[in-house]
Design a protein around this ligand. Structure first.
Ligand code: 5CA
Length: 439
């Protein structure tokens, strides 16, 4: 992509309304634009990152055997009346009437909708276990939307729903999601600690939040200090094997959200307890027959007896993760994307677009990197060198190859690693090879 032809409305101004660094950087880097409170448009750079996160989440869900579906954003109120949640959900639910005066709503979550799909088609245990997931926009009319897309009103969520014949099978389904979350967040360059959590409006009796620690996080959390040094590496996972040992390994050490914390019973000495804040990027729930019983989603077992199916639901805040990753990875110059979600693999900066030598070299390297399969952003604009370098740092592309007249006089370019700020002069071929070695 040529920056001269891209839509990247970066800004040097620090937006006043943005209270946390990720919100400021997303606005300054031209990733999002506010439409109304808690509702945002995604501009090209922001959307690219969002899609990369979405794809990693999708791949890790698929690896567990979960199947992707897509449910509507607008749901009929009837379904929610069946489960009893229509009244309970309160003002957070955006209620809509269609032209026939039928009560509809913009889905804040999809337990009812997916249970309706299940009960229409599945009648026997032979179809189980089943896990259906989607990646779809949600709407919650939050009292206090804030921090940009971190607590939005409209946000993108991955929501998965598991169906099992009994509590043991349901536990297996829960464990699969638990472990897949460890792998997913690791691929996103994050350390997300699984914490025992309250179930809130989703309900149920077992739940874990996955929390990345950050001073600016909205959740108060309590965990054993040893968590702070854990890389949460689950290693290679076989989803057909018993995953309980992995789950045990990541749940034995104390970690809870504030509504679950009790200093009297927590059993961690004060000196070993980290009292900190975090961002909830995922939340998993086991709730048995809370929806299947009232909605009549039943399956027959091998003796011919029908009973309500055992369910769990599993969310990942995909749009929130964009902000969460920035909170975890930035410096005073801007964003530092982990390679896995970076909007481009490498930026080529032509410091002097009106210099033939620089332009010929930049164009040739740009073409060669694309040919080799890299996603390249070429800054070919006629702008000041300083402005171009600032923009590259702000938008956080992991590698930069900087081509200027001084270096070119001796055939040299600068290869820069955004994260470490390590810079090295080298020939163009070497810079190309250095990129090849990043794979
Ligand atoms: N049905 C369940 C699981 S599928 C559910 O809705 N869970 S949830 O309420 O915990 O939401 C799942 C994830 O969505 C959260 O962990 C969080 O990362 C994200 N999320 C929730 N509310 C918002 C919001 N207002 N803005 C951005 N992300 C949000």
């Amino acid at each position: 992509m040529r920056l001269s032809q891209y839509f990247l409305p970066v800004s040097r101004e620090v937006p006043k309304e943005a209270q946390i660094v990720s919100h400021r950087l997303m606005l300054r880097a031209g990733m999002i634009q506010q439409s109304s409170a808690g509702i945002y448009s995604w501009l090209p750079l922001g959307l690219k990152v969002l899609r990369k996160i979405e794809q990693i989440v999708r791949e890790e869900q698929n690896r567990t055997g979960a199947l992707e579906i897509l449910m509507p954003t607008i749901q009929p109120a009837d379904l929610w009346q069946e489960s009893g949640r229509y009244e309970d959900y309160g003002a957070e639910m955006l209620r809509i009437q269609d032209r026939h005066e039928r009560a509809m709503l913009y889905g804040p979550t999809n337990e009812e909708q997916v249970t309706d799909i299940f009960r229409a088609h599945v009648k026997t245990y032979r179809a189980l276990p089943l896990n259906l997931y989607q990646i779809q926009w949600k709407f919650r009319d939050e009292v206090r939307p804030r921090f940009g897309i971190m607590r939005g009103r409209e946000f993108l969520m991955k929501d998965a729903y598991s169906f099992a014949l009994n509590a043991d099978e349901a536990r297996i389904a829960y464990n699969k999601m638990f472990v897949s979350y460890l792998l997913t967040f690791k691929r996103l360059g994050l350390t997300a600690i699984p914490m025992e959590a309250d179930t809130g409006p989703i309900g149920g009796d077992m739940s874990h939040e996955f929390v990345i620690l950050a001073e600016t996080g909205e959740s108060a959390v309590y965990c054993h200090k040893d968590w702070l040094n854990d890389s949460l590496d689950a290693g290679a996972v076989d989803y057909d094997a018993d995953l309980q040992p992995i789950v045990d390994r990541f749940t034995t050490l104390y970690a809870v959200t504030d509504d679950k914390h009790d200093p009297k019973t927590c059993g961690v000495a004060e000196a070993d307890l980290a009292v900190t804040r975090g961002i909830e990027v995922g939340h998993i729930f086991y709730f048995g027959d809370k929806y299947s019983a009232p909605m009549g989603a039943e399956v027959m077992d091998d003796s011919g007896k029908s009973s309500a199916v055992y369910m769990g639901s599993y969310g990942i805040g995909i749009s929130r993760l964009v902000g969460g990753i920035i909170e975890a990875s930035h410096d005073d110059k801007g964003i530092i994307w982990p390679k896995s979600v970076a909007p481009f693999d490498v930026g080529v900066v032509n410091l002097k677009a009106d210099d033939d030598v620089c332009t010929t070299a930049s164009e040739a390297l740009y073409a060669r990197l694309i040919e080799a399969g890299f996603d390249v952003l070429l800054d070919d604009r006629n702008e000041s060198a300083g402005g171009k370098l600032n923009t590259m740092d702000l938008i956080g592309i992991p590698y930069q190859i900087i081509i200027g007249p001084r270096g070119m006089a001796s055939g040299q370019v600068e290869f820069k690693i955004r994260e470490s700020d390590k810079r090295q002069d080298m020939g163009i071929d070497e810079a190309f090879q250095a990129m090849m070695e990043t794979r």
